[in-house]
Ligand binder design. Structure first.
Ligand SMILES: [Zn+2]
Ligand SMILES: [Zn+2]
Length: 618
Protein backbone atom coordinates (compact mmCIF):
# COMPACT_ATOMS: atom_id res chain seq x y z
CA UNK A 1 0.00 0.00 0.00
CA UNK A 2 2.68 2.44 1.08
CA UNK A 3 4.94 1.64 -1.83
CA UNK A 4 2.41 2.72 -4.38
CA UNK A 5 1.41 5.80 -2.51
CA UNK A 6 5.00 7.01 -2.27
CA UNK A 7 5.38 6.38 -5.94
CA UNK A 8 2.45 8.56 -6.80
CA UNK A 9 3.29 11.40 -4.49
CA UNK A 10 6.65 11.97 -6.09
CA UNK A 11 5.06 14.40 -8.51
CA UNK A 12 4.91 18.04 -7.69
CA UNK A 13 2.19 18.40 -5.02
CA UNK A 14 0.67 21.32 -6.92
CA UNK A 15 0.23 19.11 -9.98
CA UNK A 16 -2.41 17.15 -8.17
CA UNK A 17 -5.00 19.89 -8.32
CA UNK A 18 -7.31 20.79 -11.19
CA UNK A 19 -8.31 17.39 -12.35
CA UNK A 20 -9.47 17.37 -15.90
CA UNK A 21 -10.79 14.17 -17.35
CA UNK A 22 -12.02 13.43 -20.81
CA UNK A 23 -14.31 10.55 -21.52
CA UNK A 24 -13.85 9.32 -25.09
CA UNK A 25 -16.62 7.88 -27.21
CA UNK A 26 -14.99 4.46 -27.01
CA UNK A 27 -15.09 4.62 -23.22
CA UNK A 28 -11.34 5.02 -22.86
CA UNK A 29 -10.02 7.43 -20.34
CA UNK A 30 -7.47 10.09 -21.08
CA UNK A 31 -6.54 12.32 -18.18
CA UNK A 32 -4.79 15.46 -19.27
CA UNK A 33 -2.92 18.27 -17.58
CA UNK A 34 -2.93 17.47 -13.92
CA UNK A 35 -3.50 14.01 -12.61
CA UNK A 36 -5.33 13.52 -9.37
CA UNK A 37 -4.05 11.07 -6.83
CA UNK A 38 -6.29 12.08 -3.97
CA UNK A 39 -7.68 8.56 -3.85
CA UNK A 40 -6.23 5.32 -5.18
CA UNK A 41 -7.78 4.31 -8.48
CA UNK A 42 -8.93 0.87 -9.48
CA UNK A 43 -5.67 0.49 -11.35
CA UNK A 44 -3.52 1.36 -8.35
CA UNK A 45 -5.36 -1.09 -6.15
CA UNK A 46 -4.80 -3.68 -8.86
CA UNK A 47 -1.10 -2.79 -8.94
CA UNK A 48 -0.76 -3.26 -5.19
CA UNK A 49 -2.45 -6.64 -5.40
CA UNK A 50 -0.10 -7.62 -8.22
CA UNK A 51 2.93 -6.64 -6.16
CA UNK A 52 1.66 -8.54 -3.12
CA UNK A 53 0.91 -11.60 -5.23
CA UNK A 54 4.30 -11.46 -6.96
CA UNK A 55 6.02 -11.23 -3.58
CA UNK A 56 4.11 -14.29 -2.32
CA UNK A 57 5.06 -16.24 -5.45
CA UNK A 58 8.67 -15.18 -4.99
CA UNK A 59 8.63 -16.33 -1.36
CA UNK A 60 7.36 -19.77 -2.34
CA UNK A 61 9.86 -19.95 -5.18
CA UNK A 62 12.76 -19.11 -2.89
CA UNK A 63 11.58 -21.73 -0.40
CA UNK A 64 11.37 -24.36 -3.15
CA UNK A 65 14.79 -23.34 -4.40
CA UNK A 66 16.38 -23.95 -1.01
CA UNK A 67 14.58 -27.27 -0.64
CA UNK A 68 15.61 -28.34 -4.13
CA UNK A 69 19.20 -27.33 -3.50
CA UNK A 70 19.32 -29.64 -0.50
CA UNK A 71 17.84 -32.54 -2.49
CA UNK A 72 19.95 -32.30 -5.62
CA UNK A 73 23.38 -31.35 -4.50
CA UNK A 74 24.96 -32.55 -7.73
CA UNK A 75 23.44 -29.96 -10.04
CA UNK A 76 25.57 -29.01 -12.99
CA UNK A 77 26.78 -25.45 -12.77
CA UNK A 78 29.15 -23.31 -14.77
CA UNK A 79 32.23 -21.51 -13.40
CA UNK A 80 30.28 -18.69 -11.72
CA UNK A 81 27.42 -20.89 -10.55
CA UNK A 82 24.68 -20.59 -13.19
CA UNK A 83 22.83 -23.86 -13.58
CA UNK A 84 23.78 -25.47 -16.86
CA UNK A 85 20.84 -26.82 -18.79
CA UNK A 86 21.87 -30.24 -20.05
CA UNK A 87 19.30 -32.75 -21.21
CA UNK A 88 21.52 -35.80 -21.45
CA UNK A 89 25.14 -35.67 -20.47
CA UNK A 90 26.30 -38.38 -22.87
CA UNK A 91 26.11 -36.74 -26.28
CA UNK A 92 23.67 -33.88 -25.95
CA UNK A 93 26.10 -31.19 -24.81
CA UNK A 94 25.42 -27.57 -25.72
CA UNK A 95 26.39 -26.74 -29.24
CA UNK A 96 29.54 -24.67 -29.53
CA UNK A 97 29.60 -21.37 -31.41
CA UNK A 98 31.71 -21.40 -34.57
CA UNK A 99 34.41 -18.80 -35.17
CA UNK A 100 33.07 -15.73 -36.89
CA UNK A 101 34.41 -12.54 -38.36
CA UNK A 102 33.16 -9.05 -37.46
CA UNK A 103 33.72 -6.00 -39.64
CA UNK A 104 32.85 -2.48 -38.55
CA UNK A 105 31.72 -0.62 -41.64
CA UNK A 106 30.86 2.98 -40.70
CA UNK A 107 27.53 2.87 -38.82
CA UNK A 108 27.22 -0.91 -39.28
CA UNK A 109 28.55 -3.98 -37.50
CA UNK A 110 28.62 -6.80 -40.00
CA UNK A 111 29.17 -10.52 -39.58
CA UNK A 112 30.69 -12.50 -42.46
CA UNK A 113 28.33 -15.34 -43.43
CA UNK A 114 29.36 -18.52 -41.57
CA UNK A 115 28.37 -22.15 -41.14
CA UNK A 116 26.31 -22.90 -38.09
CA UNK A 117 25.37 -26.44 -37.14
CA UNK A 118 21.90 -26.74 -35.66
CA UNK A 119 21.41 -29.78 -33.52
CA UNK A 120 17.97 -30.99 -32.55
CA UNK A 121 16.35 -34.21 -31.40
CA UNK A 122 13.29 -35.83 -32.89
CA UNK A 123 10.16 -34.25 -31.40
CA UNK A 124 7.10 -36.35 -30.71
CA UNK A 125 5.15 -34.87 -33.63
CA UNK A 126 8.02 -35.56 -36.03
CA UNK A 127 8.18 -39.30 -35.37
CA UNK A 128 8.01 -41.58 -38.43
CA UNK A 129 7.64 -38.63 -40.81
CA UNK A 130 9.85 -37.80 -43.76
CA UNK A 131 12.70 -35.47 -42.86
CA UNK A 132 12.04 -33.27 -45.88
CA UNK A 133 8.36 -32.85 -44.91
CA UNK A 134 9.25 -31.86 -41.35
CA UNK A 135 11.78 -29.32 -42.61
CA UNK A 136 9.50 -27.70 -45.16
CA UNK A 137 6.45 -27.64 -42.87
CA UNK A 138 8.06 -26.74 -39.54
CA UNK A 139 10.95 -24.45 -40.46
CA UNK A 140 9.85 -21.30 -42.20
CA UNK A 141 13.19 -19.53 -42.06
CA UNK A 142 13.95 -20.32 -45.71
CA UNK A 143 12.01 -21.21 -48.81
CA UNK A 144 10.83 -24.80 -49.31
CA UNK A 145 13.16 -25.19 -52.26
CA UNK A 146 16.17 -24.45 -50.07
CA UNK A 147 15.35 -27.32 -47.69
CA UNK A 148 14.90 -29.78 -50.57
CA UNK A 149 18.21 -28.75 -52.09
CA UNK A 150 20.17 -28.86 -48.85
CA UNK A 151 18.81 -32.31 -47.90
CA UNK A 152 19.51 -33.62 -51.42
CA UNK A 153 23.05 -32.21 -51.16
CA UNK A 154 23.65 -34.22 -47.96
CA UNK A 155 23.99 -31.18 -45.64
CA UNK A 156 21.55 -32.63 -43.12
CA UNK A 157 22.69 -35.54 -40.93
CA UNK A 158 20.61 -38.10 -39.08
CA UNK A 159 22.65 -39.48 -36.18
CA UNK A 160 25.83 -38.30 -37.86
CA UNK A 161 25.09 -39.87 -41.27
CA UNK A 162 24.03 -37.68 -44.27
CA UNK A 163 20.29 -37.98 -44.90
CA UNK A 164 18.50 -37.92 -48.27
CA UNK A 165 15.03 -36.96 -49.56
CA UNK A 166 13.62 -40.39 -48.57
CA UNK A 167 14.93 -40.40 -44.98
CA UNK A 168 12.37 -40.87 -42.21
CA UNK A 169 12.88 -39.53 -38.67
CA UNK A 170 12.54 -42.07 -35.84
CA UNK A 171 12.22 -41.66 -32.11
CA UNK A 172 15.54 -40.64 -30.53
CA UNK A 173 17.14 -39.51 -33.79
CA UNK A 174 19.56 -36.62 -33.65
CA UNK A 175 19.28 -34.19 -36.57
CA UNK A 176 22.18 -31.90 -37.39
CA UNK A 177 21.96 -29.28 -40.07
CA UNK A 178 24.91 -27.16 -41.23
CA UNK A 179 23.36 -23.87 -42.30
CA UNK A 180 25.16 -21.07 -44.10
CA UNK A 181 23.98 -18.15 -41.98
CA UNK A 182 23.62 -14.57 -43.12
CA UNK A 183 23.05 -12.24 -40.17
CA UNK A 184 21.61 -8.79 -40.71
CA UNK A 185 23.98 -5.95 -39.87
CA UNK A 186 23.33 -3.99 -36.67
CA UNK A 187 24.49 -0.60 -35.44
CA UNK A 188 28.21 -0.22 -34.68
CA UNK A 189 27.52 2.17 -31.77
CA UNK A 190 29.27 1.00 -28.62
CA UNK A 191 27.65 -0.49 -25.52
CA UNK A 192 28.28 1.89 -22.58
CA UNK A 193 28.73 0.63 -19.03
CA UNK A 194 26.63 2.51 -16.46
CA UNK A 195 27.53 0.43 -13.42
CA UNK A 196 29.36 -2.77 -12.69
CA UNK A 197 30.16 -4.89 -9.64
CA UNK A 198 30.95 -8.56 -9.07
CA UNK A 199 27.35 -9.63 -9.62
CA UNK A 200 25.72 -7.27 -12.09
CA UNK A 201 26.49 -5.18 -15.14
CA UNK A 202 24.25 -2.24 -16.06
CA UNK A 203 24.61 -0.98 -19.62
CA UNK A 204 23.26 1.69 -21.94
CA UNK A 205 22.10 -0.43 -24.87
CA UNK A 206 22.39 1.20 -28.28
CA UNK A 207 19.31 1.24 -30.50
CA UNK A 208 19.16 -1.39 -33.25
CA UNK A 209 20.70 -4.46 -31.60
CA UNK A 210 18.57 -7.37 -30.33
CA UNK A 211 19.21 -8.42 -26.72
CA UNK A 212 19.79 -12.13 -27.35
CA UNK A 213 19.92 -14.58 -30.28
CA UNK A 214 16.60 -14.64 -32.11
CA UNK A 215 15.50 -15.27 -35.69
CA UNK A 216 18.29 -14.29 -38.08
CA UNK A 217 20.42 -12.73 -35.31
CA UNK A 218 22.99 -14.63 -33.29
CA UNK A 219 26.38 -12.88 -32.95
CA UNK A 220 24.93 -9.44 -33.65
CA UNK A 221 23.19 -9.43 -30.26
CA UNK A 222 23.94 -7.71 -26.95
CA UNK A 223 24.68 -10.92 -25.06
CA UNK A 224 27.00 -12.31 -27.76
CA UNK A 225 28.81 -8.97 -28.27
CA UNK A 226 29.38 -8.70 -24.50
CA UNK A 227 30.44 -12.34 -24.31
CA UNK A 228 33.10 -11.63 -26.95
CA UNK A 229 34.23 -8.42 -25.21
CA UNK A 230 34.24 -9.73 -21.64
CA UNK A 231 35.22 -13.34 -22.18
CA UNK A 232 32.31 -14.64 -20.10
CA UNK A 233 28.55 -15.04 -20.40
CA UNK A 234 26.13 -12.46 -18.98
CA UNK A 235 22.40 -13.06 -18.55
CA UNK A 236 19.83 -10.31 -19.31
CA UNK A 237 17.47 -9.46 -16.42
CA UNK A 238 15.19 -7.15 -18.38
CA UNK A 239 14.23 -6.96 -22.03
CA UNK A 240 14.33 -4.07 -24.42
CA UNK A 241 13.05 -4.30 -27.98
CA UNK A 242 15.71 -4.44 -30.67
CA UNK A 243 15.12 -0.81 -31.62
CA UNK A 244 14.84 0.59 -28.08
CA UNK A 245 17.95 1.99 -26.41
CA UNK A 246 18.85 2.53 -22.78
CA UNK A 247 19.13 0.81 -19.43
CA UNK A 248 19.66 -2.93 -19.36
CA UNK A 249 20.57 -5.09 -16.41
CA UNK A 250 22.73 -8.14 -16.95
CA UNK A 251 23.61 -10.67 -14.28
CA UNK A 252 27.16 -11.96 -13.98
CA UNK A 253 26.30 -14.39 -11.19
CA UNK A 254 23.14 -16.18 -9.98
CA UNK A 255 23.17 -13.85 -6.94
CA UNK A 256 23.01 -10.83 -9.25
CA UNK A 257 20.27 -12.45 -11.32
CA UNK A 258 18.19 -13.13 -8.22
CA UNK A 259 18.61 -9.65 -6.79
CA UNK A 260 17.86 -7.65 -9.93
CA UNK A 261 15.47 -10.19 -11.44
CA UNK A 262 13.25 -10.33 -8.37
CA UNK A 263 12.96 -6.56 -8.13
CA UNK A 264 12.18 -6.12 -11.81
CA UNK A 265 9.68 -8.96 -11.83
CA UNK A 266 7.67 -7.88 -8.83
CA UNK A 267 7.05 -4.47 -10.40
CA UNK A 268 8.62 -2.67 -7.47
CA UNK A 269 10.39 -0.50 -9.93
CA UNK A 270 9.52 2.80 -11.50
CA UNK A 271 10.60 3.19 -15.12
CA UNK A 272 11.12 6.36 -17.10
CA UNK A 273 11.56 6.45 -20.85
CA UNK A 274 12.32 9.38 -23.14
CA UNK A 275 10.71 9.58 -26.59
CA UNK A 276 10.75 12.06 -29.45
CA UNK A 277 7.33 12.19 -31.05
CA UNK A 278 5.50 13.68 -34.02
CA UNK A 279 4.05 17.17 -33.52
CA UNK A 280 3.19 19.36 -30.55
CA UNK A 281 2.51 17.15 -27.54
CA UNK A 282 0.11 18.70 -24.96
CA UNK A 283 1.73 20.60 -22.09
CA UNK A 284 1.63 18.92 -18.68
CA UNK A 285 0.68 15.31 -18.00
CA UNK A 286 -1.34 13.05 -20.27
CA UNK A 287 -2.40 9.70 -18.88
CA UNK A 288 -3.43 6.91 -21.24
CA UNK A 289 -5.21 3.92 -19.75
CA UNK A 290 -6.07 1.73 -22.73
CA UNK A 291 -5.71 -2.03 -23.12
CA UNK A 292 -3.18 -3.25 -25.68
CA UNK A 293 -3.27 -6.45 -27.73
CA UNK A 294 -1.04 -8.23 -30.20
CA UNK A 295 -2.74 -7.90 -33.59
CA UNK A 296 -0.28 -9.94 -35.66
CA UNK A 297 2.87 -11.40 -34.08
CA UNK A 298 4.48 -12.18 -37.46
CA UNK A 299 4.78 -8.47 -38.27
CA UNK A 300 5.08 -7.50 -34.55
CA UNK A 301 1.94 -5.40 -34.75
CA UNK A 302 0.26 -4.30 -31.54
CA UNK A 303 -2.61 -1.90 -31.02
CA UNK A 304 -4.97 -0.41 -28.45
CA UNK A 305 -8.22 -2.31 -28.06
CA UNK A 306 -11.10 -2.73 -25.65
CA UNK A 307 -10.93 -5.06 -22.65
CA UNK A 308 -13.48 -7.34 -24.38
CA UNK A 309 -11.07 -8.12 -27.25
CA UNK A 310 -9.20 -11.39 -27.32
CA UNK A 311 -5.71 -11.14 -25.73
CA UNK A 312 -6.47 -7.66 -24.39
CA UNK A 313 -4.03 -6.62 -21.69
CA UNK A 314 -4.61 -3.75 -19.33
CA UNK A 315 -2.07 -0.96 -19.89
CA UNK A 316 -1.41 2.48 -18.44
CA UNK A 317 1.23 5.09 -19.27
CA UNK A 318 1.83 8.60 -17.92
CA UNK A 319 3.34 11.05 -20.42
CA UNK A 320 4.84 14.45 -19.61
CA UNK A 321 6.02 16.86 -22.24
CA UNK A 322 9.57 18.11 -21.79
CA UNK A 323 9.81 20.39 -24.83
CA UNK A 324 8.53 21.13 -28.33
CA UNK A 325 10.78 22.29 -31.18
CA UNK A 326 8.22 23.27 -33.82
CA UNK A 327 8.21 19.83 -35.43
CA UNK A 328 8.69 17.20 -32.75
CA UNK A 329 8.27 16.98 -28.96
CA UNK A 330 10.47 15.36 -26.33
CA UNK A 331 8.23 13.42 -23.96
CA UNK A 332 8.88 11.60 -20.70
CA UNK A 333 6.99 8.28 -20.51
CA UNK A 334 6.24 6.34 -17.35
CA UNK A 335 4.74 2.95 -18.15
CA UNK A 336 2.87 1.53 -15.14
CA UNK A 337 2.44 -1.80 -16.93
CA UNK A 338 4.89 -3.54 -19.22
CA UNK A 339 3.01 -4.59 -22.36
CA UNK A 340 4.76 -5.21 -25.67
CA UNK A 341 5.15 -1.89 -27.55
CA UNK A 342 2.99 -0.21 -24.88
CA UNK A 343 4.65 3.22 -25.08
CA UNK A 344 4.80 3.19 -28.89
CA UNK A 345 1.16 2.16 -29.22
CA UNK A 346 -0.13 4.60 -26.59
CA UNK A 347 1.76 7.46 -28.26
CA UNK A 348 0.31 6.49 -31.63
CA UNK A 349 -3.15 6.38 -30.05
CA UNK A 350 -2.66 10.00 -28.90
CA UNK A 351 -1.78 11.03 -32.45
CA UNK A 352 1.88 11.56 -31.52
CA UNK A 353 3.74 8.40 -32.58
CA UNK A 354 7.52 8.28 -32.15
CA UNK A 355 8.74 10.37 -35.09
CA UNK A 356 11.11 7.73 -36.51
CA UNK A 357 9.05 4.65 -35.60
CA UNK A 358 9.14 2.38 -38.67
CA UNK A 359 6.18 0.40 -37.36
CA UNK A 360 3.81 3.06 -36.02
CA UNK A 361 4.68 6.32 -37.85
CA UNK A 362 4.75 5.26 -41.50
CA UNK A 363 2.30 7.49 -43.44
CA UNK A 364 2.16 5.02 -46.36
CA UNK A 365 0.86 2.36 -43.98
CA UNK A 366 -1.32 4.31 -41.53
CA UNK A 367 -2.41 7.32 -43.59
CA UNK A 368 -2.15 10.99 -42.64
CA UNK A 369 -3.71 10.45 -39.19
CA UNK A 370 -1.00 7.87 -38.35
CA UNK A 371 -3.44 5.59 -36.54
CA UNK A 372 -4.65 8.25 -34.08
CA UNK A 373 -7.42 7.05 -31.79
CA UNK A 374 -6.66 3.40 -32.63
CA UNK A 375 -8.60 3.63 -35.90
CA UNK A 376 -7.12 1.42 -38.60
CA UNK A 377 -7.89 -1.18 -41.24
CA UNK A 378 -5.68 -3.91 -39.84
CA UNK A 379 -5.90 -6.32 -42.78
CA UNK A 380 -4.47 -3.73 -45.13
CA UNK A 381 -1.88 -2.62 -42.55
CA UNK A 382 -0.68 -6.20 -41.99
CA UNK A 383 -0.32 -6.69 -45.77
CA UNK A 384 1.72 -3.52 -46.12
CA UNK A 385 3.87 -4.32 -43.07
CA UNK A 386 4.55 -7.77 -44.46
CA UNK A 387 6.29 -6.24 -47.48
CA UNK A 388 8.63 -4.12 -45.32
CA UNK A 389 12.17 -5.48 -45.34
CA UNK A 390 11.36 -7.72 -48.32
CA UNK A 391 10.20 -5.68 -51.32
CA UNK A 392 9.92 -2.31 -49.53
CA UNK A 393 12.30 -0.37 -47.30
CA UNK A 394 11.04 0.68 -43.87
CA UNK A 395 9.77 4.25 -43.70
CA UNK A 396 8.94 6.62 -40.87
CA UNK A 397 7.38 10.07 -40.47
CA UNK A 398 10.76 11.77 -40.09
CA UNK A 399 12.55 9.67 -42.76
CA UNK A 400 9.87 9.04 -45.42
CA UNK A 401 12.32 8.36 -48.25
CA UNK A 402 15.26 6.67 -46.62
CA UNK A 403 16.62 3.50 -48.23
CA UNK A 404 16.96 0.52 -45.95
CA UNK A 405 17.06 -3.24 -45.79
CA UNK A 406 15.19 -5.18 -48.48
CA UNK A 407 15.74 -8.17 -50.74
CA UNK A 408 17.99 -7.43 -53.70
CA UNK A 409 18.15 -9.34 -56.94
CA UNK A 410 21.18 -11.35 -55.88
CA UNK A 411 21.76 -14.77 -54.33
CA UNK A 412 24.50 -16.23 -52.15
CA UNK A 413 26.96 -18.20 -54.28
CA UNK A 414 27.36 -20.72 -51.45
CA UNK A 415 23.80 -21.42 -50.26
CA UNK A 416 21.68 -19.67 -52.91
CA UNK A 417 19.68 -17.69 -50.34
CA UNK A 418 18.32 -14.28 -51.42
CA UNK A 419 20.52 -11.41 -50.24
CA UNK A 420 19.49 -8.13 -48.58
CA UNK A 421 20.72 -4.56 -48.91
CA UNK A 422 22.26 -2.84 -45.87
CA UNK A 423 19.91 -1.61 -43.13
CA UNK A 424 19.25 2.16 -43.04
CA UNK A 425 18.20 4.58 -40.27
CA UNK A 426 14.62 3.24 -40.22
CA UNK A 427 15.96 -0.26 -39.52
CA UNK A 428 18.41 0.76 -36.80
CA UNK A 429 17.04 3.72 -34.84
CA UNK A 430 14.06 4.41 -32.62
CA UNK A 431 13.68 7.57 -30.57
CA UNK A 432 12.71 5.64 -27.46
CA UNK A 433 15.19 5.37 -24.62
CA UNK A 434 14.96 3.59 -21.24
CA UNK A 435 16.28 6.52 -19.20
CA UNK A 436 15.84 5.73 -15.51
CA UNK A 437 14.92 2.68 -13.45
CA UNK A 438 14.53 3.03 -9.73
CA UNK A 439 13.18 1.12 -6.78
CA UNK A 440 9.90 2.40 -5.41
CA UNK A 441 10.93 1.19 -1.97
CA UNK A 442 12.47 3.66 0.45
CA UNK A 443 15.50 2.64 2.46
CA UNK A 444 14.46 3.35 6.06
CA UNK A 445 17.96 4.31 7.19
CA UNK A 446 18.82 6.78 4.41
CA UNK A 447 15.29 7.95 3.57
CA UNK A 448 16.05 7.71 -0.15
CA UNK A 449 15.10 5.16 -2.79
CA UNK A 450 16.73 1.77 -2.38
CA UNK A 451 18.39 2.03 -5.77
CA UNK A 452 18.31 4.16 -8.88
CA UNK A 453 20.06 3.85 -12.23
CA UNK A 454 20.06 6.57 -14.83
CA UNK A 455 21.63 6.95 -18.27
CA UNK A 456 22.41 10.13 -20.14
CA UNK A 457 19.89 11.71 -22.49
CA UNK A 458 20.54 10.31 -25.96
CA UNK A 459 21.82 12.82 -28.53
CA UNK A 460 18.46 12.90 -30.39
CA UNK A 461 16.81 14.16 -27.18
CA UNK A 462 19.58 16.71 -26.51
CA UNK A 463 19.88 18.02 -30.05
CA UNK A 464 16.68 20.17 -30.17
CA UNK A 465 17.92 21.98 -27.03
CA UNK A 466 21.40 22.90 -28.22
CA UNK A 467 20.39 26.10 -29.98
CA UNK A 468 18.85 27.42 -26.74
CA UNK A 469 21.92 26.50 -24.69
CA UNK A 470 24.01 28.36 -27.27
CA UNK A 471 21.76 31.43 -26.86
CA UNK A 472 22.22 31.15 -23.06
CA UNK A 473 25.99 31.13 -23.64
CA UNK A 474 25.62 34.35 -25.69
CA UNK A 475 23.90 35.83 -22.63
CA UNK A 476 26.77 34.71 -20.36
CA UNK A 477 29.20 36.58 -22.64
CA UNK A 478 27.45 39.86 -21.73
CA UNK A 479 28.43 39.58 -18.03
CA UNK A 480 30.78 42.23 -16.71
CA UNK A 481 33.98 40.84 -15.16
CA UNK A 482 34.02 40.12 -11.44
CA UNK A 483 36.30 38.26 -9.08
CA UNK A 484 33.73 37.24 -6.51
CA UNK A 485 30.98 35.55 -8.52
CA UNK A 486 30.32 33.37 -11.55
CA UNK A 487 29.29 34.69 -14.93
CA UNK A 488 26.26 32.78 -16.13
CA UNK A 489 23.61 33.12 -18.87
CA UNK A 490 20.00 31.90 -18.78
CA UNK A 491 17.05 31.57 -21.15
CA UNK A 492 13.36 30.76 -20.58
CA UNK A 493 11.63 29.08 -23.50
CA UNK A 494 7.98 28.11 -23.96
CA UNK A 495 7.30 25.93 -26.99
CA UNK A 496 9.42 27.60 -29.66
CA UNK A 497 9.26 31.08 -28.08
CA UNK A 498 12.14 32.53 -26.10
CA UNK A 499 10.09 34.38 -23.48
CA UNK A 500 12.97 35.80 -21.46
CA UNK A 501 16.73 35.80 -21.00
CA UNK A 502 19.23 37.12 -18.51
CA UNK A 503 22.82 37.09 -17.30
CA UNK A 504 24.63 37.46 -14.00
CA UNK A 505 24.37 40.97 -12.47
CA UNK A 506 22.22 42.21 -15.38
CA UNK A 507 19.76 43.66 -12.87
CA UNK A 508 21.04 45.78 -10.04
CA UNK A 509 22.96 44.10 -7.22
CA UNK A 510 24.57 40.67 -7.09
CA UNK A 511 21.76 39.16 -9.19
CA UNK A 512 21.96 35.73 -10.80
CA UNK A 513 21.23 34.91 -14.45
CA UNK A 514 18.12 32.76 -13.75
CA UNK A 515 16.84 35.40 -11.33
CA UNK A 516 17.30 38.15 -13.96
CA UNK A 517 15.53 36.12 -16.66
CA UNK A 518 12.59 35.46 -14.32
CA UNK A 519 12.36 39.01 -12.93
CA UNK A 520 12.52 40.54 -16.43
CA UNK A 521 9.63 38.29 -17.51
CA UNK A 522 7.58 39.14 -14.39
CA UNK A 523 8.09 42.86 -15.04
CA UNK A 524 6.98 42.41 -18.66
CA UNK A 525 3.73 40.53 -17.92
CA UNK A 526 2.93 42.10 -14.57
CA UNK A 527 2.67 38.84 -12.58
CA UNK A 528 5.17 36.54 -10.94
CA UNK A 529 4.35 33.48 -12.98
CA UNK A 530 5.71 31.97 -16.22
CA UNK A 531 3.29 30.01 -18.48
CA UNK A 532 3.00 26.22 -17.92
CA UNK A 533 5.36 24.08 -20.03
CA UNK A 534 8.27 26.51 -19.75
CA UNK A 535 11.85 25.29 -19.99
CA UNK A 536 14.84 26.94 -18.34
CA UNK A 537 18.30 26.85 -19.92
CA UNK A 538 21.23 27.94 -17.78
CA UNK A 539 24.93 27.71 -18.56
CA UNK A 540 25.67 26.66 -14.96
CA UNK A 541 23.43 24.68 -12.64
CA UNK A 542 21.09 26.86 -10.54
CA UNK A 543 22.31 27.66 -7.03
CA UNK A 544 20.67 26.00 -4.03
CA UNK A 545 22.08 28.28 -1.34
CA UNK A 546 23.15 31.93 -1.29
CA UNK A 547 25.51 33.47 1.25
CA UNK A 548 23.68 36.80 0.83
CA UNK A 549 20.46 35.30 2.16
CA UNK A 550 18.72 36.01 -1.16
CA UNK A 551 16.39 33.33 -2.49
CA UNK A 552 18.48 30.70 -4.26
CA UNK A 553 17.56 30.16 -7.94
CA UNK A 554 16.44 26.58 -7.23
CA UNK A 555 13.79 28.00 -4.89
CA UNK A 556 12.73 30.53 -7.56
CA UNK A 557 12.19 27.62 -9.98
CA UNK A 558 10.22 25.65 -7.38
CA UNK A 559 8.10 28.74 -6.69
CA UNK A 560 6.78 28.42 -10.26
CA UNK A 561 4.87 25.35 -9.00
CA UNK A 562 5.66 23.09 -11.96
CA UNK A 563 5.30 25.72 -14.71
CA UNK A 564 9.03 25.30 -15.31
CA UNK A 565 9.03 21.56 -15.93
CA UNK A 566 12.58 21.11 -17.17
CA UNK A 567 15.96 22.66 -16.49
CA UNK A 568 18.85 22.18 -18.91
CA UNK A 569 22.32 22.97 -17.59
CA UNK A 570 25.65 23.41 -19.42
CA UNK A 571 27.98 22.61 -16.54
CA UNK A 572 27.75 21.67 -12.88
CA UNK A 573 28.81 24.37 -10.45
CA UNK A 574 32.42 24.05 -9.23
CA UNK A 575 32.76 24.07 -5.43
CA UNK A 576 34.43 27.48 -5.44
CA UNK A 577 31.99 29.68 -3.55
CA UNK A 578 29.34 27.46 -2.08
CA UNK A 579 29.89 23.76 -1.58
CA UNK A 580 27.37 20.99 -2.12
CA UNK A 581 24.94 22.36 -4.66
CA UNK A 582 21.78 20.32 -4.08
CA UNK A 583 19.72 21.84 -6.90
CA UNK A 584 19.53 18.59 -8.90
CA UNK A 585 18.16 16.56 -5.99
CA UNK A 586 15.63 19.18 -4.87
CA UNK A 587 14.32 19.86 -8.38
CA UNK A 588 14.09 16.18 -9.30
CA UNK A 589 12.34 15.38 -6.02
CA UNK A 590 9.61 17.77 -7.16
CA UNK A 591 9.26 16.08 -10.55
CA UNK A 592 11.27 18.68 -12.47
CA UNK A 593 13.54 17.26 -15.17
CA UNK A 594 17.17 18.19 -14.72
CA UNK A 595 19.27 17.53 -17.78
CA UNK A 596 22.90 18.19 -18.50
CA UNK A 597 23.71 19.14 -22.11
CA UNK A 598 27.21 17.84 -22.77
CA UNK A 599 29.73 19.53 -25.05
CA UNK A 600 29.86 23.05 -23.58
CA UNK A 601 31.78 22.37 -20.35
CA UNK A 602 35.04 24.04 -21.38
CA UNK A 603 33.46 27.12 -22.94
CA UNK A 604 30.99 27.60 -20.10
CA UNK A 605 33.63 27.13 -17.40
CA UNK A 606 35.96 29.66 -19.04
CA UNK A 607 33.08 32.17 -19.28
CA UNK A 608 32.02 31.55 -15.69
CA UNK A 609 35.41 32.49 -14.33
CA UNK A 610 35.74 35.61 -16.49
CA UNK A 611 37.87 38.10 -14.57
CA UNK A 612 39.01 35.60 -11.94
CA UNK A 613 42.37 34.96 -13.65
CA UNK A 614 43.38 38.62 -13.81
CA UNK A 615 42.67 38.80 -10.13
CA UNK A 616 44.96 35.87 -9.43
CA UNK A 617 47.77 37.49 -11.44
CA UNK A 618 47.61 40.76 -9.50
ZN1 LIG B 1 24.96 -18.28 -48.02
ZN1 LIG C 1 21.43 31.48 -8.51
Amino acid sequence: MLTVFRYLTRYHPKLRKNLFRMQNSDNSLITTENESTSSLSEFDIQLQQDIRRAKEVQKVKNKNKTLKKKKTSKELRDKVGFRVRVVDTSNRQKQADPDYEVTINGPLRKIEPYYFTYKTFCKLRWRDRKLVDVFTEEFRDREENYYRKTIAAGSVNLNGVPANLDSVIRNGDMITHALHRHEPAVTSRSIKTIYEDDDILVIDKPSGIPVHPTGRFRFNTITKILEKQLGYIVHPCNRLDRLTSGLMFLAKTPKGADEVGDQLKTREVSKEYIARVVGEFPIGQTVVEMPVRSVQPKVSLNAVCSMQDENAKHAKTIFTRISYDGQTSIVKCKPLTGRTHQIRVHLQYLGHPIANDPLYSNVDIWGEQLGKGGKADFDSIINKLDAIGKTESAKSWIHPNSEGEKLIDERCSVCDVGLYSDPGPNDLDLWLHAYRYESTEIDETTGSKKWSYCTEFPEWAIDPHRKYMELAIEQAKKCGPTTTAFSVGALIVNGTDVISCGYSRELEGNTHAEQCALEKYFAKVGKRKVPPGSVLYTTMEPCSFRLSGNDPCTQRILDQEGSIGSVFVGVLEPDTFVKNNTSKASLESQGINYIHIPGYEEEVTLLSFKGHEEDMQK
